[in-house]
Structure formats: C-alpha cells, structure tokens
Ligand binder design. Structure first.
Ligand code: GDP
Ligand code: GDP
Length: 435
C-alpha cells in the first residue's frame, strides 16, 4: 500500500502551497464526509520514483484550545496514519512558541520528522535555517513552495524514510485480479464483501494486515481468482469504531492505487454526490479499470429506478465506457454480473495489441479525420506502439503533436476504444514528436 506523508504546521506557513506542489492535483480528494473536517486534503505525489499519499492536515494552531479542538483531533489522526511527518515552518516568522508545542506533539508520535523551512525566497537562507536549529531535527530543509524550489529535495529525502512496498510484486500475479471496493460510508461495501465471501468458498480467511492498511481478501468465484481490497474492514467491523474512522480517504486512495479494477459503489437511494464523482475521477486519474455498482436496487419502485437511471446517465456521461451494474448486496442479486464486469474490465485493461495493429488503426483514424491545421500546417501522426497496460497506453509518434487539440485526442481515444473493444478501462495516449 502507498505510504503516507502528513504535512503539519501552523496555519499560513504554506502547507497547502506545498501540498499542491507535491501532488500537482487540481481536484484533490477532499474529505467532505460527515464527521470528517473539510480542511484535510489528500493526494498522491508522483514526483519521485515511488508514489506516496500526501495529507495536508490543515492547521494546528499550537494554542491550548487548538490542540484540544476537533481540528487537532483530526491532525492527530493524520499523524497516526502517517509514516513520515513533514513539519512546515515559516522562515519569515522564525520560531514561534506554537511551533515548539507542535514539535513536542510530533516527537511524541515517535515517527520520523523532516522540518521544512518555507518561504526562504528573498531571505538569507543560512540565517533562516539557523533559526530552526534549536529544534534539533537533523533534516531541516529550505523550501520555497510558492516557487517550487526545494520540492524535489524534499521528495528525495522523504522517500528514504518510506517503506518500499510495491504492488506489482511478481508474487501478487497469482492472487488473481486485484479489485478495490470503494464508496461513501453506508454505500454497502461491507455488505457486498461479506456476501461475496459468504456465497463462495473462501480460499484463505486469515489475512495478515495491520490496522492501518486496507485488508486484502482472497476470493474465488466462478473459477476465477480475485483479491478484494477492502477499505471498510470486514474484520474490524465487529469492533465499535468512531464515525471518523469508518471512512478513510487514505485507505480509499491506497486501495485504488493497489487495485487493477476499482469498483465504485453508489447508493441508489441517495442522490449521486460529488464525492461519488470524485472517487470515479480518482480511479480514472490512477488509470484503473472501473466498474460502477449501483447498490440497494432491491425494493425500489419503477419511478425511483427511472429517476436514478436518468441521473446516472446525465452525470456519468464522462465515463460512458465504464459498465454500470445494478445490484443488491443485501440480497445477493446482480453479483455475478458485477464480477463478470470486473473480469471484462480487467481483460480490456491488460489487452495486448501489437505495434503494427495500432499503427494500422492510427492510419485509419487519421485518414477518416485529420487534426485541424495549425498556422497552415497539419500535425502529422506517423506510427503507434504500445506503452504499457492497465491502463492501455498508446504512444503515437508524429510531428507538431503538441498542437493536437483535446477534442482530437478524444476522437483518437474513441477510435481505439471502439476498434479494440476497450470497455471498462481508461486509455492513455502519449504523443511524441520526431523519431
Ligand atoms: P497553509 O495555511 O499552511 O496551508 O498556508 P498556504 O499554503 O495557504 O499559504 C499561506 C500564504 O503563504 C499564502 O499567501 C501563500 O501564497 C504564501 N506562501 C506559501 N508558500 C510560500 C513561499 O514559498 N514563499 C512565499 N513568499 N510565500 C508563500
Ligand atoms: P459500508 O459503510 O459501505 O461498508 O456500508 P454497509 O455495508 O455497512 O451498509 C450500510 C447499510 O446499508 C447497512 O444497514 C446495510 O444493511 C444496508 N445495505 C447494504 N446493502 C444493501 C442493499 O443492497 N439493499 C438494502 N436495502 N440495504 C443495503
């Protein structure tokens, strides 16, 4: 599972700015869940050789009521979930008493701490760093998050503290298709997992997993092997837990990243929420194959079903390639169709297509419709070859490809999708100029 780095510090030191520089994300997964404060942001940093989750914890004021307040509780949770704490301070303010309070808090966790002295632009760097030497933290790095200076060094240093676990270990191959089941609280994730496990013979039931990580549950169904990546925690469900812990954005991000196919569960009886769309967007951004499971389809009358389908049609048009299945996790209906959709999406996502085949298809697409002229010259597309799987990646060589408009890229995507029946998976197209 992806390791977790938490950004902690007083308000206004530049945590959000640093978060944006690390994740380069426009639409972060924001925890707008009941019981979860809104000001925590979560994203994946891919600037280094290994990705990790970044949590922007919002602010810790360091004053007594702040530490005791709800925000502080949230920050503590983030600290608990993290492998590494990045303590952000402000070079222009120097050391404030609140900083010392926060540092004590971080030290108490026993986790590695890196101090980032932000806003060093326009100040004397050695003097600024020297101010914070009293913290006694060996790794104190200068940073100008707003100018993207020092970010790469931070990533490099951070990685030295993070566990190196990869989900594409060869050993994982024989565990079948890795399926993440994600969704808002109460969508029915645990019910689904229990149903799937109860109906079919479970190969191994005792899976080791720390309380922090999502749990992997092996499943065999209709002669096919799967590994379900469970964010809800079937086993932990037995224990009474606080509402805040019931939904973990970190676990959701980790699960999507560790999966080959992501099943986003939607509650048919609730209006489609922005959070549902964000989860779908998150899976797409990670390049995961996608199946949408509309749950609680039991006991809904025709009117309610029509309403629901119309809303889905409208709002899910941007992922029309993803299969939508209507299920009842409670009664077990639609589950075979769901797992078939998972198998199909996985097959599409891992389909092997040769370079000559791709090039022929590219030629056909180009003949049928050419990219619009740019200052009198047309971008040329010459040949294509595969660039990887899950998601299927197509590398297209040509000239002036940077002038290719998003609409033309979508046209090509659609063309390739149709030709190779790539249903259930996003497609990535990379253009390269020259040979
Ligand atoms: P947060 O409250 O800790 O998340 O802080 P923000 O990221 O919102 O930043 C607070 C203010 O500091 C904003 O006005 C930023 O533009 C500014 N800021 C952030 N990073 C830098 C930096 O590296 N240099 C300078 N000069 N200003 C910065
Ligand atoms: P989770 O938070 O996503 O793991 O959701 P749960 O599996 O705990 O389900 C939340 C609630 O919805 C529970 O009361 C379930 O009994 C109920 N539920 C789950 N699936 C269905 C379903 O298919 N139909 C109906 N009617 N209720 C369901």
């Amino acid at each position: 599972m992806l390791p977790v780095v938490a950004l902690v510090g007083r308000p206004n030191v530049g945590k959000s700015t640093l978060y944006n520089a690390l994740t380069r994300s426009r639409d972060a997964l924001v925890a707008d869940m009941p019981g979860v404060t809104r000001d925590r942001h979560y994203g994946v940093c891919r600037l280094g050789p290994r990705p990790f989750v970044v949590v922007d914890t919002g602010g810790l004021s360091g004053s007594d009521e702040g530490i005791e307040g709800l925000t502080a509780t949230q920050v503590r949770l983030a600290i608990e979930e993290a492998h590494l704490l990045v303590f952000v301070v402000d070079a222009r303010d120097g050391v404030l008493p609140q900083d010392a309070t926060i540092l004590t808090e971080l030290r108490r966790s026993g986790k590695p701490v890196i101090v980032v002295v932000n806003k060093t632009d326009g100040v004397d760097e050695p003097t600024a760093l020297g101010e914070f030497a009293s913290f006694g933290i060996a790794e104190t790095l200068p940073m100008s998050a707003a100018h993207n200076r020092g970010v790469d060094v931070l990533v490099e240093r951070a990685l030295t503290h993070l566990p190196d676990e990869r989900d594409d270990d060869p050993g994982l191959a024989d565990q079948g298709i890795r399926v993440a089941i994600v969704g808002r609280p109460n969508a029915g994730k645990s019910t689904l997992i229990n149903r799937l496990l109860g109906e079919e013979r479970l190969i191994v039931s005792d899976v080791a997993g720390t309380t922090r990580d999502p749990i992997r549950v092996p499943l065999e169904r209709d002669g096919k092997r799967f590994t379900l990546i469970d964010t809800a925690g079937v086993r932990r469900r037995a224990r009474v837990e606080e509402a805040v812990e019931k939904f973990s954005v970190i676990k959701t991000l980790q699960s999507i990243a560790a999966s080959q196919v992501t099943v986003v569960m939607i509650d048919a009886r609730e209006n489609l929420a922005d959070q549902d769309l964000t989860l779908i967007g998150g899976a797409m951004e990670e390049g995961r194959a996608l199946v949408i499971a509309v749950n609680k389809w039991d006991g809904m009358d025709k009117y309610a079903r029509d309403q629901c389908m119309a809303a889905l049609g409208r709002r899910l048009a941007f992922v029309e390639w993803a299969k939508t299945v209507f299920i009842s996790a409670l009664h077990g209906s639609g589950l075979s169709e769901l797992m078939k959709a998972v198998v199909r999406a996985h097959a599409a996502a891992t389909k092997v297509i040769t370079s000559s085949d791709l090039t022929r298809t590219l030629e056909k697409a180009y003949e049928a419709y050419q990219p619009p002229l740019v200052r009198g010259h047309a971008p040329k597309l010459r040949y294509a070859h595969p660039g990887g799987n899950n998601p299927p990646t197509i590398i297209i060589h040509g000239s002036r490809t940077k002038h290719i408009a998003p609409a033309y890229r979508r046209y090509l995507e659609g063309f390739f999708r149709k030709r190779y029946k790539l249903e259930g998976t996003p497609i990535r197209i990379d253009f390269r100029d020259g040979e």
